[in-house]
Design a protein around this ligand. Structure first.
Ligand SMILES: C[S@@+](CC[C@H](N)C(=O)[O-])C[C@H]1O[C@@H](n2cnc3c(N)ncnc32)[C@H](O)[C@@H]1O
Length: 183
């Protein structure tokens, strides 16, 4: 078993869901672990980050793959680059071994979730790994919980996977599945 059970579970869910027909967005490429994983199961991957360091790290892993598009831009500008996708994944927070002050911000994250949700097709999904164990992460976590409560349960099914009995506000995993088209 690997060190991070939660991220293993996140990947296991994606492996079950994604097919070689699917375009997937990795909103936060970071060190490229998720982008590399997605590249092995999806038709096309669009990966975003605001840090050049992240782009360079990820390029080392997937730079040779023509179906993977690395974009140095904030995920809030997603529609400047891609408009058709089956799913979007967010691994929030800051770059491990990077500058912890460059982190995802609750207002940008919520604004982006509100943008991408209406464009999800039936059977589309959003996966979010949330890190409440640092100050902005806690604010972001609270904002996401409030936002989740606004989603129509007749159109979206939501699951949350969390560690039991672990100290220091561990990360948790949210899956949002679109089960019915709106309107
Ligand atoms: C926890 S890391 C992602 C880990 C990554 N998925 C991996 O597999 O290594 C979070 C990343 O989000 C990036 N980030 C922060 N705000 C962002 C934004 N508005 N748009 C895109 N990326 C952002 C950070 O630069 C950081 O690299």
């Amino acid at each position: 078993m690997r060190k991070n059970v939660l991220l293993d579970q996140a990947h296991a869910i994606l492996k079950e869901l994604i097919t070689k027909e699917d375009i997937i967005v990795d909103a936060t490429m970071g060190n490229g672990h998720d982008t590399l994983f997605l590249s092995s199961i999806a038709k096309e991957v669009y990966a975003f980050d605001i840090q050049e360091q992240a782009l360079l790290k990820t390029k080392e892993k997937v730079g040779h793959l023509s179906h993977v598009h690395l974009i140095l831009d904030s995920f809030e500008h997603i529609f400047d680059h891609v408009t058709d996708y089956r799913g979007v994944i967010f691994n929030l927070g800051y770059l491990p071994q990077g500058d912890p002050s460059i982190t995802t911000l609750h207002d940008v994250t919520i604004r982006t979730l509100n943008m991408i949700l209406p464009r999800l097709k039936k059977e589309g999904f959003i996966q979010i790994v949330v890190y409440p164990g640092h100050p902005e992460g806690m604010i972001e976590s609270t904002a996401i919980q409030t936002w989740l409560n606004t989603l129509n349960p007749h159109h979206y099914q939501i699951t949350i996977t969390s560690f039991h009995h672990q100290e220091n506000l561990p990360p948790y995993l949210i899956m949002i599945y679109k089960t019915k088209d709106e309107g």
